[in-house]
Design a protein around this ligand. Structure first.
Ligand code: FDA
Length: 309
């Protein structure tokens, strides 16, 4: 096993430890969580979005939370997401919303989750806005795509979007199907630990599949959100977009809050549309863990902040 894969596995295993979670719950905001999470409150998040918008960056807001096990928590999340659309309208923000289906009750009951998602998609459409369903681990892929396709039928690709992960072996087949429906797809590499029977384990394969997926979707005339901080991939796709004269309203770049901020600004200066995935709320622990596992060098950043306390 390669050392980076081993290190990622270790980070995920340590992160699952209950004592570790309690420690982070208590001290998280002091040890650097705010690098990746805009704020705990919606009010402070609005200020962060205004600042990003002022730099020419668009935003997608993510109210943090996932894998809920009771209906009340799912309904609370729906309420907060609806309030987020109100805040976007009231403050004139250039932002849309991203959601996770396990936050809306997917692990409790798919019908309940679909009904919750329906309320959110209706709100997005009524407000002339958009909602994208994030993709979680591969045990949720088929259910997530089923709920998305049913929404797409009713709300259209101007109001609902989905995510495809290049690490999954099934993704090209899914992308072909989504392309037939004209879906708006965010392409990512994939942030979850996956078994080798469903996912590519070699980074080269994940990267090659990423480029193939985006090119396939763009060539089919569909909208792609190119979500990566990988400069080599961005460079190759920029060349493809120029060579094929892909219209500027057919794609956008997306990056995560607090990561590659310089690259975000550079792309804006070059005239590209860039959207920053901006998480907020107090349930940041699993999101934060994934950001550390993606780049174990971030561990040093956490340790430095710990020592400064
Ligand atoms: P890669 O991991 O190869 O990183 C390329 C470079 O980016 C690194 O060399 C480093 O410089 C920088 N970088 C990457 N991650 C970093 C980090 N954590 N800290 C500091 N620097 C970092 N995943 C998923 O499974 N479902 C989803 O719905 C989403 N949604 C999503 C939205 C958006 C807007 C983005 C950008 C990403 C996601 N992801 C996601 C996460 C995605 O799957 C992936 O884990 C991360 O984007 C990291 O992969 P890169 O494409 O950046 O490449």
């Amino acid at each position: 096993m390669k050392w980076d894969v081993l290190l990622k596995k270790t980070i995920f295993a340590v992160a699952d430890n209950a004592a570790m979670q309690r420690f982070f719950d208590k001290y998280g905001m002091q040890i650097g969580v705010q690098r990746f999470v805009a704020a705990e409150s919606l009010e402070k998040t609005v200020a962060a979005v205004k600042s990003l918008n002022a730099q020419g960056l668009e935003v997608t807001l993510d109210y943090l939370g996932e894998s809920v096990t009771d209906r009340e928590a799912a309904l609370e999340a729906v309420d907060m997401i609806l309030q987020t659309y109100d805040a976007i309208r009231d403050h004139g923000l250039n932002a849309n919303v991203s959601v996770k289906l396990t936050q809306l009750g997917l692990r409790i009951d798919q019908t309940f989750c679909a009904a919750n998602m329906d309320r959110i998609a209706s709100c997005a459409r009524n407000k002339g806005n958009f909602v994208r369903i994030d993709m979680e681990d591969s045990t949720a892929t088929s259910q997530t795509l089923a709920i998305y396709k049913s929404l797409l039928n009713r709300f259209g690709s101007r109001h609902v979007g989905i995510v495809i992960q290049s690490c999954l072996k099934r993704s090209m087949a899914d992308m072909r199907e989504l392309g037939r429906f004209g879906a708006n797809v965010r392409v990512v590499k994939g942030a979850y630990q996956e078994p080798p029977d469903v996912a590519y384990k070699d980074k080269k394969d994940v990267d090659a599949n990423y480029i193939k997926l985006v090119k396939h979707h763009l060539a089919g005339g569909c909208y792609a959100a190119i979500a990566t901080h990988d400069q080599a991939i961005i460079g190759r796709l920029k060349t493809y977009i120029t060579e094929r004269s892909i219209a500027e309203d057919q794609f956008e770049f997306q990056m995560l809050y607090g990561i590659a901020s310089q690259l975000q600004k550079q792309l804006v200066q070059e005239g590209f549309r860039v959207r920053v995935y901006t998480p907020f709320g107090s349930r940041w622990y699993p999101y934060f863990t994934r950001r550390i596992a993606e780049r174990p060098a971030n561990l040093w950043f956490v340790l430095k902040n710990l020592l400064r306390r």
